[in-house]
Design a protein around this ligand. Structure first.
Ligand SMILES: NC(=O)c1ccc[n+]([C@@H]2O[C@H](COP(=O)([O-])OP(=O)(O)OC[C@H]3O[C@@H](n4cnc5c(N)ncnc54)[C@H](OP(=O)(O)O)[C@@H]3O)[C@@H](O)[C@H]2O)c1
Length: 302
């Protein structure tokens, strides 16, 4: 018998884009005991312990957390459809705010540490990029629910860390394609794509966010940390970088403005997240876009 002290980690939203990748990362670590949970009946990833649970159901999530008694709850489950959030406000609120309240309530009783994922959509996008102390002012309902979820944690009396991130990209095999794969598939199929030139962010490679989550587990840091990519650029420039890297036809990319796109939800335009605090306090080191695309190409066997 070895004396290895194992962290017990519960991952919510384990069938989602970030959730799957986080489960994959921890499933290969022998210093971690893992329980995955999401709404679906089955896990998209075999070989992990999985229990289906709806975070809107207070009793169900409370029982799950108290039975498993995790050291950390990596909370990736959320209502993430920004446009639909405008229409299905009650659903978005129940999942993004009440869900966090129920998880925090259960976590407090067992001293579990919640690692919560938030977003730059809590800002208005007038003068980004933003540091951890910038004043939030969301322009859409999704951002309002995510800000409320942060505030729920602040008053909950639980140990918590808020990791704010933006424009996640990378591979999660069983979920909807991320932005990079959407661009890749569309251009390969000779489809024209309309891309906004006035939304600026620092896109985040999912594996870098998983690295950020793991830094929190290692150092047990609480508070707010921004986790983003190294490079700040418009969505149009990001798309051109993807097309250049995979040698795709850039003539299919049509630049437009956010206003022309007429999406139901408003977006922060000049946004993005400054990552200096994570770099200095956590030793967080994100990949460059080129390095991330190269890792994706390798994994996709392209
Ligand atoms: N993707 C981005 O660009 C981005 C940017 C900034 C922040 N974030 C934040 O990062 C986190 C992860 O995002 P993601 O892109 O990985 O999201 P995702 O792919 O949409 O995954 C979210 C997961 O949560 C599950 N879920 C939804 N409602 C639930 C409920 N009531 N009970 C239990 N599980 C539920 C979803 O299941 P179903 O699919 O079956 O509904 C899905 O598996 C979220 O907190 C999001 O707000 C994401």
């Amino acid at each position: 018998m070895n004396g290895l002290v194992k962290n017990r980690i519960l991952i919510t939203g384990s069938n989602g884009m970030l959730g799957q990748r986080t489960v994959q990362f921890y499933s290969s670590r022998d210093n971690v005991e893992l329980l995955a949970t999401s709404v679906e009946e089955k896990s998209f990833i075999d070989s992990v312990e999985y229990i289906s649970s709806d975070i809107k159901n207070r009793d169900s999530i409370k029982k799950l957390i108290h039975d498993y008694c995790p050291d950390f709850i990596v909370h990736t489950a959320a209502f993430t459809n920004v446009d639909l959030s405008e229409k299905l406000r009650e659903d978005a609120w129940k999942i993004n705010v009440k869900g966090v309240e129920y998880i925090a309530e259960a976590a407090r009783a067992i001293d579990a540490h919640i690692i919560h994922i938030s977003t730059d959509y809590i800002f208005d996008g007038k003068d980004g990029p933003y540091d951890e102390n910038a004043i939030p002012d969301p322009v859409g309902y999704y951002g309002r629910t995510k800000l409320a979820s942060e505030n729920t944690l602040r008053i909950s009396g639980t140990f918590f860390t808020i990791l704010r991130t933006n424009v996640l990209y990378g591979i999660a095999p069983n979920s909807r394609p991320d932005f990079v794969r959407w661009v890749l598939n569309s251009l390969r199929n000779n489809e024209q794509i309309r891309i906004v030139k006035d939304q600026i962010n620092n896109p985040t490679f999912i594996d870098d966010l998983v690295q950020g989550i793991n830094k929190i587990v290692e150092f047990r840091k609480t508070g707010v940390y921004n986790i983003g990519g190294q490079e700040f650029l418009s969505r149009l420039d990001f798309t051109n970088r993807i097309a250049d890297f995979f040698k795709l036809n850039k003539k299919l990319i049509q630049p437009i403005t956010t206003e022309e796109l007429k999406q139901p939800a408003r977006r922060p335009l000049k946004s993005g997240l400054l990552i200096l605090k994570s770099e200095t306090e956590l030793g967080y080191k994100p990949h460059t876009i080129t390095e991330s695309l190269a890792a994706m190409r390798k994994e996709l066997n392209l």
